[in-house]
Design a protein around this ligand. Structure first.
Ligand SMILES: Cc1cc2nc3c(=O)[nH]c(=O)nc-3n(C[C@H](O)[C@H](O)[C@H](O)COP(=O)(O)OP(=O)(O)OC[C@H]3O[C@@H](n4cnc5c(N)ncnc54)[C@H](O)[C@@H]3O)c2cc1C
Length: 315
């Protein structure tokens, strides 16, 4: 039996890994690599984790899922020098109260082994589905794949809706968009993570200060979600200039901007009350971080809950 999974982020990796002993999984991913919003961009000798910069693991079940990657060194805890940063005010240090994990050497590498028994099809954006319960076909740019017994979508809900059309009653969740600025620094500051106040910037991460990053000093700044929403359709160059100016006034030093990235679905504003959706009679389902509000862990918990339920149908 083959199951199709759409999306190769944390939720897709969790589905593929959890189901690996029972079914053949075929994973379709629109990008050229896995990871989704666990993303790293490289340019020459510099690199930036411009999606989630780190994540936490509060539930025992997620901690257990991470254990092999922690043991192999692909996930490490990061203890940054953290500071609140206000324009014109000196930075001061705060400490973490729980472990924060980062992927090594990039945020997404620890997910790769989770796909080891799945057939991964990259650069393939699913744009529709035909067929019927138990014999679904997925479509991408004129190509047809299938048949699949079940189809599980891990893409943001409104994108899932576009794929499934009227086949399934899907829940609704609201997302916040966010602009991210990727920049080089002449010199790294004394702290490695700052939450800004009174600024269009929300968070600054000194990416190069993370363990096992061979990059020269680099920074990722994410903008406040409200500002990002207001500036959603602005040209990249205009956003780059505004964010550069805001970061420079916070840091009191010049920065060299490389690029900006617009995340349409950065965070979940209003999670859905259900962790996942599953239409047993249709043999369709969906999961992702919209099933909770803790980012990476929410994506995992949603996918885990869905696959637990799905396993009862597969017996
Ligand atoms: C700037 C930023 C900062 C963040 N900070 C944090 C943080 O500090 N801590 C935290 O825990 N979380 C954070 N997050 C959120 C976290 O990254 C996400 O919650 C989590 O990675 C979501 O995983 P997912 O598998 O649900 O979705 P995704 O990672 O989005 O995976 C979905 C995948 O589906 C693919 N896809 C989409 N449409 C199609 C299609 N039609 N066909 C095929 N493939 C498709 C996408 O390319 C993607 O790879 C942050 C995110 C961003 C963007």
């Amino acid at each position: 039996m083959t199951i199709a999974i759409i999306g190769a982020g944390v939720a897709g990796a969790t589905c593929a890994h959890t189901l690996r002993d029972q079914v053949d999984c075929r994973v379709f991913e629109k990008s050229r690599g896995i990871g989704g919003r666990l993303a790293t961009r490289r340019h020459e000798d510099a690199e930036w984790d411009h999606g989630a910069p780190y994540f936490t693991a509060r539930s025992k079940v997620f901690q257990a899922f991470l254990q092999p990657a922690i043991a192999s060194g692909q996930l490490q805890t990061w203890i940054p020098r953290q500071t609140p940063l206000e324009f014109g005010q000196p930075a001061y240090k705060r400490s973490w109260f729980e472990p924060h994990y980062i992927g090594v050497p990039t945020m997404k590498d620890w997910l790769k082994p989770r796909f080891d028994r799945a057939r991964l099809t990259l650069n393939t954006q699913i744009d529709g589905i035909t067929g019927q319960s138990g014999a679904w076909f997925l479509h991408a740019n004129g190509h047809r794949f299938g048949p699949f017994k079940w189809v599980i979508s891990t893409v943001p809900l409104d994108q899932s809706q576009a794929i499934f059309q009227r086949l399934a009653e899907m829940p609704h969740a609201e997302y916040l968009c966010q602009w991210a600025l990727l920049a080089r620094l002449e010199q790294a500051p004394s702290w490695s993570l700052a939450l800004a106040k009174d600024s269009i910037i929300e968070r600054l991460t000194i990416n190069s200060s993370k363990p096992e990053r061979a990059s020269p000093p680099t920074l990722v700044a994410t903008a406040q979600p409200a500002w990002s929403r207001d500036q959603f359709d602005q040209p990249h160059e205009a956003i780059k200039a505004k964010m550069q100016a805001a970061v420079e006034s916070l840091l009191d030093q010049r920065v060299n901007p490389h690029a900006v990235h617009r995340w349409r679905y950065a965070k979940v504003l209003q999670p859905h009350t259900e962790r996942f959706w599953l239409e047993g009679s249709q043999q369709l389902g969906g999961c992702g971080d919209w099933g909770g509000n803790e980012g990476v862990e929410a994506a995992f918990l949603s996918a885990k809950a869905l696959t637990d339920q799905l396993q009862t149908h597969l017996r």
